[in-house]
Ligand binder design. Structure first.
Ligand SMILES: Nc1ncnc2c1ncn2[C@@H]1O[C@H](COP(=O)(O)OP(=O)(O)OP(=O)(O)O)[C@@H](O)[C@H]1O
Ligand SMILES: [Mg+2]
Length: 411
């Protein structure tokens, strides 16, 4: 009898019966039996390992074919090695034909993410893009990638998980719609208030007109006041139209530094008069976004005017443009920072609502227009008070359009 040993464990025995003709066993036979037992242990272990690998592979295939994320993996030579059933549905390429294709053959946005991770080993996180479904309807998708690295640290490929976010987008849309409806009430109340005040002034004067018509001083005051109050209503309606029109304007490729520079040039005389120093901080590289130049100038004009009004005389206005490289560098950051009074804490949560103003003759539409423009650009606009110096900072984060895939690693 010879034991079959695997590690510290006995996994079986080789048992021998008597030799023919009652011949005895010699030590050579025992050696042969021991060698045979050894070889058998190895063979059994290999068979078990193989079975486990097959089983694991089957489990993996089942998981990959049932999960709701599209999974695409590429090898070090930038060829697709894995493409699950959901990827087939979301990306619109058949699994069979996708395997072995080059990363560049994937839709551009996905190719850029996967190719990027394969080139630099860095993950890409939550990159949004859209692809048409089988009916030609655009489906919003989000993709995250990570590098496939061996235990010794060698980069051997990259994997992307792609998810359908239509449901999230619908919720977001619904939320915005509800917020819009809620704000209509506030807007109506604000408009009534803003228009009624100048109208009351005009009405009061016009009621006095029949009796005081021959008083030249009255006539002079009347024409001055009526003109001023009517201009006020007119200005208000013009700005209000900008607020409403923001979402329906067309977008084109714009270097974001252009509208910023135009705004600063336009306000330069007022900055000089108030001795406000303006710092424009960015390198010379053009930063393109999809935008509407006239609206963007409105946005920066309102922010700069507010900054100027908050600083009075003296102070420093800083305009900064930078790429946000976190999460794959898909965001462009613009900061407008002043050294003025800062925003009263209790006002911070509502300064973007229309008709919120602390100024004697402010309409409170400036920041509401800014928010409308930001929404139309799918940008996020935030305000905060500076922590280490006086004043406040407004931040706008624009999504950067995804360009065609850059050449990736050699195939
Ligand atoms: N840079 C800033 N520093 C301090 N407070 C600010 C700043 N920007 C805005 N605010 C506050 O937010 C309020 C709303 O600003 P918004 O631009 O919407 O209206 P406004 O400037 O009062 O009037 P309008 O822009 O219509 O002339 C301001 O009245 C002010 O209290
Ligand atoms: Mg303003």
């Amino acid at each position: 009898m010879a034991p079959l040993i695997e590690g510290d464990e006995v996994i079986g025995f080789l048992a021998l019966g008597p030799k023919p003709f009652d011949n005895p066993y010699f030590s050579d036979d025992a050696d042969l039996l021991a060698t045979l037992a050894n070889q058998s242990s190895v063979a059994i272990r290999n068979a078990q390992t193989h079975q486990r690998v097959v089983q694991l592979n089957e489990e993996l295939q089942t998981i990959l074919s049932t999960i709701e994320s599209g999974v695409v993996a590429v090898g070090a030579k930038a060829r697709i090695t894995l493409f699950n059933r959901t990827a087939e549905r979301l990306i619109g390429m058949a699994t069979i034909s996708a395997k072995g294709q080059r990363v560049e053959d994937l839709p551009p946005a996905l190719a850029r993410c996967l190719g990027g991770t394969l080139a630099d080993g860095e993950p890409r996180s939550q990159v949004e893009f859209s692809l048409p479904d089988s009916a030609g309807q655009l489906v919003p998708l989000v993709c995250s990638t990570s590098a496939l690295v061996t235990p010794s640290g060698q980069l051997v490929g990259a994997v992307a998980a792609v998810n359908d976010i239509s449901h999230l987008k619908d919720l977001e849309h619904e939320k915005r719609r509800t917020e819009r409806l809620a704000s209509i009430e506030a807007i109506a109340a604000g408009l009534v208030h803003e228009i009624r005040n100048p109208l009351v002034a005009v009405k009061t004067f016009s009621q006095l007109l029949p009796t005081k018509y021959h008083d030249p001083e009255f006539r002079e005051t009347f024409s001055r006041t009526a003109g001023r109050e009517i201009r006020r209503i007119d200005d208000l309606l013009t700005r209000f139209r900008t607020l409403v029109a923001a979402s329906s304007q067309s977008l084109e490729s714009v270097d974001i530094t252009d509208p910023i520079r135009h705004t600063v040039d336009f306000l330069r005389p007022q900055f000089d008069e108030r001795q406000i120093r303006v710092r424009q901080v960015w390198d010379g590289v053009p930063r393109s976004i999809l935008g509407n130049p006239a609206q963007l100038e409105q946005l920066f004009l309102n922010l700069c005017l507010n900054a100027m009004e908050a600083m009075g005389a003296g102070g420093e206005l800083t305009l900064r443009v930078a790429d946000l490289t976190e999460g794959g560098g898909t965001t462009l950051l613009v900061e407008v920072s002043d050294t003025g009074t800062g925003i009263p804490e209790e006002l911070l949560a509502k300064i973007f609502d229309p008709f919120v103003s602390t100024k004697a003759r402010g309409s409170g539409l400036g920041l509401a227009i800014c928010r409308g423009v930001a929404d139309a650009h799918r940008a996020s606009l935030r305000a905060r008070n500076n922590s280490e110096r006086p004043g406040s900072t407004f931040t706008i984060e624009f999504p950067v359009p995804i360009a065609a895939p850059s050449p990736t690693t050699a195939t």
